[in-house]
Write a protein that binds this ligand. Structure first.
Ligand SMILES: *Cc1c(COP(=O)(O)O)cnc(C)c1O
Length: 400
């Protein structure tokens, strides 16, 4: 594949109005018009380059959106106040009462809770399927299905979606394939593989400093215009908009994403191989033992690796808790949800980020209580980290 997401970002230049090397932060929620006619045209959405009101667009948000569209190879993009703000806006834009969604069953807990508990109140129903079983995906499609929803690499089990094949299914049944690419920025480019809409929580790897919440929807100009429509756009009307200051801050962090992703991936692969070698059950798409290893390889932009997310199974919740507490005490990382930070973060998804998923369903999808999800940090000396983690595993008795 000749797709070069980091080059595409790097080639975009934006300057401040005094020649600043970063674009100025747009410090206004409303914009003046030199003629009344331009204002009414802008309301109707036909005035290129004019800003109306900050819930619609701001220069800072457009810069960030264009950079993310360049990364994903889509026509354009629009940013949101959070990943959930982006996801809910897209689903509400694509679906009306009576419509149906086919979704992967292993998705972010918040997305799952929205589809399972909230959307049915609007008479939008979802069938949750094992996304790695295309026959099951196809069987779940009904005449009312509008959306096929998945994560490129799923939370927290790191299942990999076959985006090309899912895209073929979506085309066959005239559905929109929506892919949440939060776990695999740069590594996987879903639009290149046939996804219609690509979403990220910017809060994670893309921002990378665990200080700002944000989301993005990347897609065609038509799709993005519909989200921003003042008449019936879910982005515009729900108001889950990003403010200009975070947009400016995230854009600066996006400039180093390629370097960070390489280091996250290198470190995660190093630990996954060592843990597996020690006899610990490790789940990482870069391991040959991972059921989707070959699939990931066939889809990836090789230089960014298999990503920074790694799970291990230490059997019981008590083991997981003891290990996480000890690793935190030894300064190997923080017991915290979220991902993409410079520091390693770990949590036990069964009792935290995936606790929205009922116990029996957790069991059916293979989510064990002893599972620890790691977002591997940018440690310079990963061998030292490994040795110290191994010592912790021995102390709590999950390794002899
Ligand atoms: C965190 C996350 C979200 C939600 O994003 P927020 O920015 O927290 O609203 C969605 N999908 C995935 C895969 C995530 O990890």
């Amino acid at each position: 594949m000749g797709f070069k997401p980091a080059n595409n970002i790097q080639d975009l230049q934006y300057f401040g109005e005094f020649g600043g090397v970063n674009p100025s932060i747009s410090d206004a929620t409303t914009f003046t018009f030199t003629s009344a006619k331009t204002m009414s045209d802008t309301f109707e959405g036909n005035s290129e380059g004019c800003h109306l009101y900050a819930r619609h667009t701001t220069p800072s948000n457009l810069y960030l959106g264009e950079a993310l569209a360049a990364m994903e190879g889509t026509e354009t993009a629009t940013v949101f106040g959070s990943g959930m703000g982006a996801i809910t806006a897209v689903l509400m834009q694509l679906c009306a009462a009576g419509d149906h969604i086919v979704s992967s069953r292993t998705i972010y807990g918040g997305t799952y809770a929205f589809l399972k508990n909230f959307a049915p109140k609007l008479n939008i129903k979802t069938s949750f399927v094992d996304i790695t079983r295309l026959d099951r995906v196809e069987t779940a499609i009904t005449p009312n299905t509008k959306v096929l929803y998945c994560e490129a690499v799923s939370n927290p089990l790191l299942e990999v979606a076959d985006i090309k094949k899912l895209s073929a299914l979506a085309k066959k049944y005239n559905l929109k394939l929506v892919v949440d690419n939060t776990f695999s920025p740069l590594s996987i480019s879903p639009n290149e593989l046939g996804a219609d809409i690509v979403i990220h929580s910017l809060t994670k790897f893309i921002n990378g400093s665990s200080d700002t919440i944000g989301g993005v929807v990347c897609g065609t100009q038509d799709m993005i215009d519909s989200l921003r429509s003042v008449i019936d756009g879910a982005g515009m009307l729900f108001g889950s908009t990003m403010d200009s200051r975070p947009a400016s801050s995230i854009l600066k962090n996006l400039r180093t994403l390629h370097i960070r992703m390489k280091q996250h991936s290198t470190n995660a692969l190093y630990l996954a191989e060592k843990f597996e070698n020690d006899g610990i059950t490790a789940v990482y798409p870069g391991l040959e033992s991972h059921p989707s290893h070959e699939l990931f390889k066939s889809m990836m932009n090789t230089e960014y690796g298999f990503g920074g997310m790694l799970s291990i199974d230490v059997g019981r919740l008590e083991n997981a808790n003891a290990l996480m507490e000890l690793m935190q005490e030894k300064n190997l990382g923080y017991l915290a949800v979220s991902l993409g930070f410079y520091k390693t973060l770990f949590s036990a998804p069964g009792s935290s980020t995936s606790s929205e998923i009922p116990e029996d369903e957790q069991k059916a999808m293979g989510l064990s209580h002893g599972l620890i999800r790691f977002s591997i940090g940018l440690d310079n000396d990963i061998e030292r980290t490994y040795q110290e983690m191994k010592a912790c595993m021995k102390t709590v008795g999950v390794l002899s």
